[in-house]
Design a protein around this ligand. Structure first.
Ligand code: UGA
Length: 439
């Protein structure tokens, strides 16, 4: 089929590559000139393992092209996938849907009545209905508009797009359903569950999935808060409850909590939307999910203060800046949150990350970025492991122990081999447990 993908950030760039890999003819539309140029050169412009390589292959195949604006060629598409961002608004918890409405304004003059418009962005429930009305007003005909939420995770984005756990499509007309069945035919044939639902359900599925995931993480972090004062171990607790299949062991890793461009924003947007709909109470508990999450960052700084006293002028190393490994995304990153809290207390904060330092320099030039891992340890008083990059887990503590004045490390992700770090001479503290065996 012939498709367009409108908006080429994480979601759009990955979807465009996945659709091209599936065999479709894909036109990617991107308004940002620098991003567009980079995509044409086969560079997504962000760090996502395997994506640039796949991009180059798809461009070379001739199936994937990029352009700034709609034209006759793109107007001939069977489906238009809208993948623009819906960030949190500055003034409230709500999501900003204005990029969706501008995408519709641009598309309308070119839209053919038989083409299907498919929203993929994460939206407050009811957004699609508003977009539908606007599109009908602009085109003068009843458009085919469907919703197809995306569940990809950063770090495994392409794999998640090609082999998702399920495909969910929200439709209210037969043509949209038929077109979506055809575009996803190879995935459906491979056995991936294909759920056809109404549009509000499709919109809400995504918000619900992310709210549930955030709830799981904050649940185990709440248990970690209790474990810390009761002398229990939250990681062992997670393992023990995880064997119960009804609970499951995934997304129960306790630590500095969740971040990124999705989970924090999506639980806030769901609270805001529920409030608008008069059912705010139904998800009022998400406020506490958010609070538990943010408290973990403060807890790390409190641990530093308990060990080092006043943090003023103390040099602290934060290992990791990205919100998770295999990503250069620093949006709402717990690592950056901790770094900034320590900085606010007067600490000199050195931050290391294998790929995310350019993003840090843009957002927080007050932090001292250090790309060289061994050099990053020089003359610091304490270390916080905040993002579980493989190089930190594999680091030989003996090579760095001499550089850290207090030989203190706080494992914010519960990934270090505590014995070997202690053996090398470190005092190891961790979230959710009282570490034994420190000298
Ligand atoms: C999340 C969802 O997992 C995707 O399904 C969804 O498509 C995406 O948001 C989105 O809405 O676009 P992502 O933000 O890439 O994906 O990252 P996750 O893997 O969900 O991790 C989120 C955060 O939770 C990270 O900071 C991670 O370190 C943290 N986390 C995860 C924990 O603290 N503990 C865990 O057990 C798992």
């Amino acid at each position: 089929m012939k498709i367009t993908v409108i908006g080429l950030g994480y979601l759009g760039a990955t979807h465009a590559v996945a659709m091209s890999k599936t065999g479709h003819q894909v036109i990617g539309l991107e308004k940002n000139p620098a991003k567009l140029e980079s995509l044409k050169q086969g560079k997504a412009g962000f760090f996502e393992p395997g994506l640039d390589e796949a991009l180059a292959v798809e461009i070379a195949s001739g199936r994937l092209t990029f352009q700034a604006d709609h034209d006759e060629n793109s107007a001939a598409a069977d489906l238009h996938f809208i993948c623009v961002g819906t960030p949190q608004t500055k003034e409230s918890l709500a999501a900003d849907t204005s990029y969706l409405f501008s995408a519709i304004e641009d598309l309308a003059p070119h839209l053919k009545p038989e083409s299907v418009v498919v929203g993929k962005s994460t939206v407050p429930v009811g957004t699609a209905a508003a977009l539908h009305s606007r599109l009908a007003e602009l085109t003068g005909f009843e458009p085919h508009l469907a919703w197809n939420p995306e569940f990809l995770r950063e770090g495994t984005a392409l794999e998640d797009s090609l082999r998702p756990d399920r495909l969910v499509v929200g439709v209210n007309d037969e043509r949209s359903e038929a077109a979506l069945r055809e575009v996803f035919a190879p995935m459906i044939a491979s056995g991936i569950p294909f759920l056809v639902v109404d549009i509000p359900t499709a919109e809400l599925v995504k918000a619900a999935a992310n709210a549930f995931l955030a709830t799981k993480i904050s649940f185990i972090n709440a248990m970690a808060e209790i474990a810390e004062v009761a002398g229990a171990d939250a990681s062992q607790l997670a393992e023990a409850i995880g064997y119960d299949e009804r609970i499951g062991n995934k997304f129960l890793r306790n630590g500095v909590g969740f971040g990124g461009g999705c989970l924090p924003k999506d639980i806030r947007a769901l609270m805001a939307r529920a409030e608008e709909l008069g059912v705010g109470q139904s998800v009022a508990y998400l406020k506490e999910i958010d609070n538990i999450n943010l408290r973990r960052r403060e807890r790390v700084v409190a641990m530093l203060e308990a060990e080092l006293g006043n943090l003023s002028k103390k040099r602290i190393l934060v290992l990791g800046a990205a919100f998770k490994p295999d990503s250069d995304d620093v949006r709402d990153s717990p690592a950056l949150g901790i770094a900034m809290l320590a900085y606010a207390k007067g600490a000199e904060v050195v931050i290391h990350d294998p790929v995310a330092l350019p993003g840090v320099a843009l957002k927080h030039p007050e932090l001292i970025g250090q790309q060289d891992l061994e050099k990053a340890f020089s003359d610091v008083e304490a270390v916080v492991l905040a993002t579980e990059w493989r190089e930190y887990r594999q680091l030989d503590p003996a090579t760095v122990v001499g550089k850290v004045a207090n030989a203190l490390i706080i494992d914010g992700r519960n990934v270090l081999d505590i014995n070997s770090w202690q053996h090398a001479g470190f005092k190891v503290l961790a979230l959710g447990k009282n570490v034994k065996g420190n000298k």
